[in-house]
Design a protein around this ligand. Structure first.
Ligand code: PEP
Length: 246
């Protein structure tokens, strides 16, 4: 039986004061039976780590460099994330694919770099509205995942996958549980062909998950939790989503 995982993606929100309040709120509202983590902006990783000391909630980053080290101004390596105790790094979020032109191979290289330092990559895949309407969802998500499968080879079983339809992120428009389950099943099938660990791998759904739609999404057989954007910024909402996963 796979354990559910709920990960908050704070994106570029917050400051020291609001983060402290949010983390204190989670401390008060937890623990949960699901695994829980928050992926925070780089500058706040250390304070988050301190605030979460002794708690169930784990933490991570929202990106990492594909490079090991060197003259890459502005980048943050996975060795640095590991040094700060990060458990996770989101890679290939659709906002990075869209605004920073990150392609499938770069995303795969970032996942490889993270794993090399013991940081679990949460690899995001997902189609745009245009791609869905053109009937290309399967082709797109399989292509995105295939790059990671080919790059990681025997280590593919160590990643977390997040299916995030781009048209559902931050839009208030959620995939129906059936739509999400259908894509999750395809992704699990693709993983089965690549690793014997496919049944144990966590595939998260992301895209306007809220307290009132989380439970039904998480009930689907191949949905193993969620990657939560907007609702992870409110302690009560995030806690309710974590409860729904339990
Ligand atoms: C996300 O940023 O990964 C996300 C799913 O955002 P939201 O929950 O706000 O749609």
């Amino acid at each position: 039986m796979r354990k559910k995982l709920v990960v908050g993606n704070w994106k570029m929100h917050g400051n020291r004061a609001s983060n402290a309040l949010l983390l204190a709120g989670l401390k008060e509202l937890g623990p949960w039976s699901a695994q829980v983590a928050v992926c925070v902006p780089f500058p706040y990783i250390t304070e988050t780590a301190l605030a979460l000391t002794g708690q169930q909630v784990q933490y991570g980053a929202q990106d990492c460099s594909a490079h090991e080290q060197g003259a890459y101004t502005g980048e943050v390596s996975s060795a640095m994330l590991a040094d700060l105790g990060c458990r996770y790094a989101i890679v290939g979020h659709s906002e990075r694919r869209a605004y920073h032109r990150e392609g499938d191979q770069l995303v795969a290289d970032k996942a490889k770099a993270a794993l090399a330092h013991g940081v679990t990559p949460i690899v995001c895949v997902g189609e745009t509205l245009e791609e869905r309407e053109a009937g290309r969802t399967e082709e797109v998500v399989k292509r995105q995942l295939a790059a990671v499968v080919h790059t990681l080879t025997h280590c593919i079983g160590e990643i977390v996958v997040a299916y995030e339809p781009v048209w559902a992120i931050g839009t208030g428009r959620t995939a129906t549980p059936e739509q999400a389950q259908a894509v999750h099943a395809l992704l699990r099938q693709q993983l089965r062909a690549a690793t014997q660990k496919a049944e144990q791998m966590q595939i998260l759904y992301g895209g306007s998950v809220k307290p009132d739609n989380a439970a039904e999404l998480f009930r689907q057989p191949d949905i193993d939790g969620g990657l939560i954007g907007g609702a992870s910024l409110k302690a009560a909402d995030f806690a309710a989503i974590c409860r729904a996963a339990g």
